[in-house]
Write a protein that binds this ligand. Structure first.
Ligand code: F3S
Length: 399
């Protein structure tokens, strides 16, 4: 791989051990994927944050890096294993202590410790055409597809190395020729709510790491697209998708292709409903409802507050979001409404990367196909996948 004279100096250790180690990781990745050179990035989003997923080995690696590493592009973190400020959720003291040590190592490297999978809602927002190094799969799908910036699905160490060097290896989705569609998906009926997750689940399985091009009957919101991308990235390894007449590269996605030769699939209402049922491993009402996968936007929190206002919940409700979005929900009065109904606003973490299996819940209700896909395998719990309205269980008011 070609390196500029400056990059050669970085590789030779002239800028310290952390830069040298990071360059070695970037060059090794570039060699594996036949990159010709490195490319400058404008932002990073770094996974490998929860103690549940990285353990003591990960903590040691980060503490070692934090001795002399600083990131040089705006960088944010993926969700951690606990809420970093709220300690009444039942997680063990030992786990929480280790988690806070991980966050401290990242903070020392100047990485903004908003631990969220929706960094694009809270200030980590590149512009179309930027090269970035993001690692959370749902955020990768969003930043490539909805924003039009360019990233591969980086691993945690790869994204951290890129943030320290301000560069990443130029291969995969950094190259325009790899951003073309290779599957046309015709959705035959109008869709809403959890339909987006179900469709993402179906198409992710079909396309693997390919690039689907959706023809939808109705216009979608950014909240719909974050659900779609999260599901695509969890049942498959989709990093980029296009939606006709909507996402920023939908025209380029088909340019120069013989569209009639592309593989096509159609999805109808029957298949969507069957997939919704298939994603549940239990029925009835869940003992814990966990929404905000990917982390909830302020509009989604408003919608939840509207549904529970003035009522009393029978099941527990966690609304997972980021600290800045929660601050807005506090100001708008949504937090108070949700907590009065018996729900909890939970920041920095989620139902998959927290050790939720230690809390005694049996069945978790989710409105995210990604969470439905991961909760049974990552947490060993049963899951019910449905619209929030159908998951909620209220006390009957006394007459
Ligand atoms: Fe985010 Fe956790 Fe879902 S990291 S995308 S809320 S599984």
């Amino acid at each position: 791989m070609y390196l500029t004279p400056e990059e050669e100096k970085m590789m030779a250790g002239e800028y310290g051990a952390a830069v040298e180690k990071s360059m070695e990781i970037l060059v090794a990745l570039g060699d594996i994927y036949n990159a010709e050179k490195l490319v400058d990035i404008t932002s990073a989003q770094i996974s490998g944050v929860s103690y549940k997923t990285i353990g003591d080995a990960g903590l040691e690696f980060l503490e070692d890096m934090a001795l002399d590493a600083k990131v040089i592009v705006p960088s944010t973190l993926n969700p951690a294993g606990v809420d970093l400020e709220r300690f009444d959720l039942g997680f063990s003291k030992e786990f929480t202590k280790k988690q806070l040590e991980i966050i401290e190592a990242y903070r020392k490297m100047d990485i903004t410790t908003t631990c969220t999978c929706t960094p694009y809602l809270v200030g980590n927002v590149p512009v179309k055409g930027d090269h970035v190094a993001w690692s959370e799969s749902s955020a990768v799908a969003y930043v490539n597809s909805v924003i039009g910036a360019k990233t591969n699905r980086e691993g945690g160490p790869g994204a951290l190395s890129a943030a320290i060097c301000g560069k990443t290896a130029e291969y995969g989705f950094h190259l325009d020729e790899n951003r073309k569609a290779n599957l046309i998906v015709d959705v035959e009926d109008p869709i809403k709510g959890v339909d987006y997750g179900a469709i993402g689940y179906i198409v992710g399985k079909a396309v693997g790491d390919g690039v689907p091009y959706f023809k939808l009957k109705n216009r979608s919101t950014t909240n719909n697209l974050k659900s779609l991308g999260a599901a695509l990235a969890s049942s498959g390894a989709v990093a980029l998708y296009h939606v006709e007449n909507l996402t920023p590269e939908y025209k380029e996605a088909l340019q120069g292709l013989a569209v009639s030769d592309l593989e096509k699939i159609s999805i109808d209402r029957r298949e969507i409903n069957e997939t919704k049922e298939k994603l549940s491993t239990a029925s009835g009402k869940p003992d814990l409802i966990c929404v905000g996968c990917p982390h909830a936007s302020i509009e989604e929190i408003k919608n939840i507050a509207t549904k529970v206002a003035g009522k009393q919940l029978k099941n527990e409700l966690w609304v997972c979001t980021s600290i800045p979005v929660k601050a807005t929900a506090d100001r708008m009065g949504y937090t108070e409404i949700i907590e009065k109904a018996g729900g909890k606003m939970v920041c920095d973490t989620c139902m998959v990367v927290a050790p939720i299996e230690e809390l005694g819940f049996k069945v978790i209700g989710v409105d995210s196909a990604k969470a439905a896909n991961y909760v049974p395998s990552m947490c060993g719990l049963d899951v019910i996948f449905d619209d929030l309205q159908n998951l909620l269980d209220f006390e009957t008011p006394e007459t």
